[in-house]
Design a protein around this ligand. Structure first.
Ligand SMILES: Cc1cc2nc3c(=O)[nH]c(=O)nc-3n(C[C@H](O)[C@H](O)[C@H](O)COP(=O)(O)OP(=O)(O)OC[C@H]3O[C@@H](n4cnc5c(N)ncnc54)[C@H](O)[C@@H]3O)c2cc1C
Length: 428
């Protein structure tokens, strides 16, 4: 790979998500040559993907070009590259644009959707981990409504209009709320020929409550909000099959052609990482300095890293805050390494969590306070706008939200690139 040679040691960072980006930004002025590799030339703000999927925001308002962030930075190089393999013995990574040597390697490739081995569900259900997938959901929802207008078969029409969301974590709850708002404010006006009352939104969760990572107070409030908005919430109910039209969950059968799977995540490791470090869930076991055991020059950050500790035997939650804080800690440790100082163990500072259900409705758990409703929604909006990267994105999102709020609108109802499933694998 064409990167200038220097006397500086080289840090190669794979992934410009929350962890990799934070680290790369904080290495400004450090005595290293920094090379950032990502298969996309932009950073994605995943917490707002659901708004892209439900026609509330344009995709470019939650994506930011990586090159722009590092404009003018000395000894920094970005390359648009998909990393294929790590060759630990040669201190080298293989990518689709060539190989690159490293002194320190940082892997922050995030996570993917976990279908727990169910290939049928994986084929028919939609997942939402990146902008392409969010746009696919937006297209599919609208395509199904266009098709519903064309059929006389009542069952078929019902299946086209119904939506199943599997997983009652923040993503499932936020999606269910946003689709319920589409049903209330937008779809009846867009499709006056359809009886929108026939559209059912089911949120199916295997655990006894939604938002199980938050307080019971937050779970109860979120469920209450959803039910008021007409979402049917199914708890203690695990989906076992989906053939593209019919889903089975416990004793229930659901008729729907749209299933959005938000029920599991797994690490996205890169081949070549020593096998004993790769856990069953695809995450990589790391020590308190984010190092892969036995590989002092390889660090893993963010969703991919599983750092077991006394209070957290399964590692920290897969959250943007954890990823950013690990990036920050590693930036200090790489400076320490350069100066021959000892490393600082990572400690997660839990700043709280939040989820929104819809207009004027959100739940917030802070370390000292928990609150729900309008104020929580206001806080949720403020925090998300502030966390977005770049003034343009902050402005776009804030103005879009203000417009949507006053007009009850979700105007980006465009089927720009129609969704079609790839051909069915032989084993299904
Ligand atoms: C829909 C959704 C909603 C969420 N909502 C919240 C929320 O409200 N609050 C919260 O705290 N967290 C939320 N999260 C979780 C949060 O987004 C993740 O914890 C966070 O993105 C993890 O950061 P990361 O840097 O580990 O990975 P990511 O941010 O996923 O970044 C990984 C990067 O690696 C790149 N990459 C992957 N493989 C390769 C490869 N082989 N070669 C080159 N590049 C590669 C990707 O293009 C990407 O840029 C949400 C996640 C999703 C999917």
């Amino acid at each position: 790979m064409n990167i200038p040679k220097t006397n500086l040691k080289r840090v190669v960072i794979v992934g410009g998500g929350f962890a990799g980006l934070e680290l790369a930004k904080r290495l400004k002025g450090a005595p290293y040559q920094v090379v950032l590799l990502d298969k996309n030339n932009y950073h994605t703000f995943q917490p707002l993907l659901y708004q892209v999927a439900t026609a509330g925001l344009e995709p470019d308002s939650i994506a930011h070009p990586l090159r722009k962030i590092f404009r003018g930075r000395k000894q920094f190089f970005f390359r648009l590259a998909e990393v294929k393999k790590v060759q630990v013995d040669q201190k080298q990574v293989q990518t689709n644009i060539g190989n690159i040597q490293y002194d320190h390697l940082v892997i922050a490739t995030g996570s993917g959707t976990n279908f727990f081995g169910n290939q049928e569900i994986e084929y028919y259900a939609m997942s939402m981990k990146n902008i392409t997938e969010a746009l696919d959901i937006r297209s599919l929802l609208l395509q199904h409504f266009e098709s519903a207008l064309l059929t006389d078969d009542l069952q078929e029409r019902q299946a086209l209009m119904n939506v199943l969301i599997v997983g009652g974590g923040p993503t499932g709850v936020e999606l269910a709320g946003a689709i319920a708002e589409l049903r209330k404010h937008v779809l009846p006006r867009d499709y006056p020929d359809l009886d929108i009352r026939q559209m059912h939104i089911h949120l199916i969760e295997a655990a006894p409550r939604v938002l199980s990572g938050m307080s019971e107070q937050a779970s109860e409030a979120a469920q209450g909000f959803l039910e008021k908005m007409g979402v049917q919430v199914w708890l203690d109910t695990a989906v076992s099959s989906f053939d593209g039209k019919r889903a089975v969950a416990g004793d229930h059968e659901f008729l729907s052609k749209t299933m959005i799977w938000a029920a599991g995540v797994k690490g996205s490791p890169i081949p070549g990482i020593p096998e004993n470090a790769v856990l069953k869930n695809g995450r990589i076991a790391v020590n308190a300095f984010n190092q892969v055991e036995g590989q002092e020059d390889i660090f893993v950050l963010g969703d991919l890293a599983q750092m077991a500790s006394e209070g957290q035997p399964k590692g920290h939650p897969m959250l943007a805050q954890v990823a950013m804080q690990q990036g920050k800690n590693l930036s200090k440790n790489l400076r320490n390494l350069a100066q021959g100082n000892s490393l600082i163990p990572f400690e997660y500072d839990d700043l709280g969590s939040m989820a929104t259900v819809g207009r004027n409705k959100a739940v917030v758990d802070l370390p000292r306070y928990k609150f729900q409703g309008f104020f929580a929604w206001f806080v949720w909006m403020g925090v998300h706008v502030l966390q977005l990267i770049g003034f343009r994105n902050k402005l776009l999102v804030a103005t879009n939200w203000a417009y949507n709020y006053f007009n009850y609108a979700r105007d980006i109802r465009l089927i720009i690139r129609p969704f079609s499933r790839p051909s069915k694998p032989d084993n299904l």
